[in-house]
Structure formats: structure tokens, C-alpha cells
Design a protein around this ligand. Structure first.
Ligand SMILES: Cc1cc2nc3c(=O)[nH]c(=O)nc-3n(C[C@H](O)[C@H](O)[C@H](O)COP(=O)(O)O)c2cc1C
Length: 173
């Protein structure tokens, strides 16, 4: 089982949670390919052929990112637009159907804020619907998202280490 873990954090060096999860995942060996997408594409010029090669070689496409305005950082949206091409992602000749897709999302807001009557007025499941729908359209097997709430403000080092262990267990599934 090979996972391509695409990390979309625009300031990964200053990040607490995404950085910890990415660093832990990088110790998983050959089964997990960790890619710092903002470092690879600082000018937003995505090498689509290279992305196709990386994804073709993986059984699971995993996306690790901080929740920004109830969505993903801009490069991740561009990646979807650029990389999910006809003839590769969908339509005649498409080849990615059947792969798994995992979202790993960190939020600033606490878990109880992400309920229908909580501060944000919506659940994570509802807010992540565009990704689930995209996976469905492409024939990807959408996995239960790995969500870390409250992130940098509330997580201490021990909890962060435990969270990183839980994350790599998901990657081994
Ligand atoms: C531009 C921007 C937008 C954000 N939007 C949200 C949001 O919509 N919901 C939320 O819970 N947190 C939001 N946050 C907080 C980040 O999700 C949070 O700081 C991040 O997940 C922490 O992870 P890190 O330690 O890896 O940076 C936002 C942060 C920034 C900088």
C-alpha cells in the first residue's frame, strides 16, 4: 500500500500540527511519499506530468492541509484544477478510479464549534462535501477524513505526538 501524502501548508516551517504530522509520516519509509507542495511549487507552476507520475504510483492520494476559510490553501485548489485532467482523472482513458483518497485537515476551531448549531454552524462532513463529491465523480474511495481540531492553540507536545501516531496508523490501514 503506497500513499502519496501531499502537504499543502504555505508556511510549513512555522506550522505546529501539519509539520509534526508530515515529519512523522516521513519516517514511515517507502510506503509513504511525503511531498511539501509549497516548496515544490513556490511559483504555483505545477508540473502536471510529474504529479500524474506520483499519483499513478500510489494506491492512496492523501492531502494534509490546514483549514483556511472552510477550505484548503490556494495551491491545493490549483492542484485539483490542474492535475485532475480529462483522460487521466476522468473520461476515456482515465486511470485513477479505485485509488483511495484521504483528507487530513487541521482546524483552528474546536470540535464543538463544528456542529450545525455550533459557532461555525456546520459539520466538517458538510464543509468537506466538495472533496467527497469530487472523489465520487473520479471513482476514488473517499476515506473518513483525519481531522485535528483546535490545533496549535490547544495541543500540547504529548497530545501532538499521540495525534501523529494515530495519523500514521491511518496511513498504514
Ligand atoms: C488564512 C487562514 C484562514 C483560516 N481559516 C480557518 C477556518 O476557516 N476554520 C478554522 O477552524 N481555522 C482556520 N484557520 C486556522 C488554521 O486552520 C490553523 O491555524 C491551522 O490548522 C493550524 O495548523 P498548523 O499548526 O499546522 O499551522 C485559518 C488560518 C489562516 C491563516
Amino acid at each position: 500500500m503506497t500513499t502519496a501524502l501531499m502537504v499543502f501548508h504555505d508556511r510549513l516551517r512555522q506550522s505546529k500540527v501539519n509539520r509534526a504530522l508530515a515529519q512523522r509520516a516521513a519516517h514511515e519509509g517507502d510506503d509513504v511519499i511525503v511531498r511539501d507542495m509549497y516548496a515544490l511549487y513556490p511559483d504555483f507552476r505545477i508540473d502536471v506530468d510529474e504529479e500524474h507520475r506520483v499519483c499513478d504510483a500510489a494506491d492512496r492520494l492523501a492531502f494534509l492541509f490546514p483549514f483556511y476559510w472552510y477550505s484548503a490553501p490556494a495551491l491545493m485548489k490549483l492542484w485539483e484544477d490542474a492535475v485532475f485532467t480529462p483522460g487521466w482523472a476522468y473520461g476515456d482513458g482515465a486511470s485513477i478510479a479505485g485509488k483511495r483518497m484521504l483528507l487530513a485537515v487541521t482546524t483552528g476551531g474546536a470540535e464543538d464549534m463544528y456542529t450545525a448549531d455550533g459557532k461555525h454552524g456546520a459539520t466538517m462532513d458538510a464543509l468537506l462535501l466538495p472533496y467527497r463529491t469530487t472523489a465520487r465523480y473520479l471513482g476514488l474511495r473517499y476515506e473518513e477524513p483525519f481531522v485535528v481540531h483546535g490545533s496549535s492553540k490547544t495541543i500540547d507536545d504529548d497530545e501532538l505526538a499521540r495525534t501523529a501516531e494515530r495519523f500514521v496508523r491511518r496511513l498504514r490501514d
